[in-house]
Design a protein around this ligand. Structure first.
Ligand code: NAI
Ligand code: 15L
Length: 268
């Protein structure tokens, strides 16, 4: 198939850098955008999500947007408001004004981070579990998912909202054994989300086929995503170093893990 032109926002970030190297093999021609300069990418657009005109120019003529830009951890509310809430609104406005038909939105497990971890033998967490953000960051991802629904219902822009677990080259904690998304599986999942037909607004979890997986990948698989990786080969070493997750520890009993117990930054 002919390469599809894709705007990759957040191209200078960790996930953006991984996707810059992995997505072209899936047939994409990437246009890059970030508030920071993107290393080794002289053609990248340096623009902030606050700049609607720059976003309109950036999305013009693209087939889709993979929207990764934003604050990726907890932060004071005003910063989350500007980058993740207003910024994502501007991105969708640009897509609407320029006629871009599809967005893949980097949501996060922290949209439902206050949900209890499932029992090892219990059912996995479904995608229609209620929003239970664990932070203002998670709340901004709930907003992004609802914004995506609004732009599908009112303006016909399709979105797949991917509640990403932890996408890094390797899992580095026992919690990550349950939520790891390998970079190669991330590229497979984004490709499925960009090419599946008639997605309307679909919410999926973004993880590899982890033995210890906490959530249900049915809606992701329905897009045509077939994960090929599993964190289990990393389990013995991580458990030997860090111990099994103790469910009595409040940092372990919710999906969001340490986001619920990290030193609070109140008052925001
Ligand atoms: P990152 O923090 O490494 O990269 C985010 C990028 O967005 C940065 O390069 C930053 O300069 C850019 N950015 C921030 N505010 C901006 C603004 N106002 N305008 C333009 N660019 C702006 O984060 P990472 O890990 O690459 O994550 C990418 C996306 O995926 C984020 O939206 C994050 O919330 C989401 N996500 C990532 C997960 C992961 O495991 N890496 C897990 C769950 C969600
Ligand atoms: C996220 O949403 C963050 O962006 C990422 O850096 C990780 O912390 C991940 O969640 C996680 O829950 O491990």
């Amino acid at each position: 198939p002919a390469p599809r032109t894709l705007l990759l926002t957040g191209a200078a970030g960790g996930l953006g850098t991984l996707m810059r190297s992995l997505l072209p093999a899936h047939g994409y021609h990437l246009r890059l955008l970030d508030a920071r300069p993107v290393p080794d990418a002289p053609d990248a657009i340096t623009a902030d999500l606050a700049d609607l005109d720059a976003l309109c120019e950036a999305v013009r003529g693209t087939d889709a947007v993979l929207h990764l830009a934003g604050i990726s951890l907890e932060a004071p509310f005003e910063k989350i408001l500007k980058a993740n809430i207003e910024g994502t609104y501007h991105l969708y406005e640009a897509a609407r004004l320029e006629g871009v038909p599809r967005v893949v939105f980097a949501s996060s497990n922290h949209a439902v981070g206050d949900t209890p971890v499932p029992a090892p033998d219990g059912p996995r967490i479904p995608v229609d579990t209620p929003h239970r953000p664990d932070t203002f960051y998670g709340l901004s991802k709930c907003f992004g998912e609802d914004l995506a629904q609004l732009y599908w219902d009112r303006h016909g822009i399709e979105t797949v909202s991917v509640r990403i677990g932890s996408c890094f080259p390797e899992p580095t904690s026992v919690r990550m054994l349950s939520i790891w998304l390998s970079p190669a599986d991330a590229a497979r999942l984004f490709h499925a989300a960009l090419t599946a037909g008639d997605v309307g607004h679909t919410v999926v979890y973004g993880s590899s086929a982890n033995t210890r997986l906490w959530w249900d990948l049915t809606s992701a698989r329905a897009l045509g995503y077939t994960p090929e990786d599993d964190s289990e080969p990393y389990a013995a070493k991580l458990i030997a170093e860090q111990g099994e997750l103790d469910p009595a520890n409040p940092a372990n009993d919710r999906l969001g893990g340490h986001f619920l117990t990290d030193p609070p930054i109140w008052p925001y």
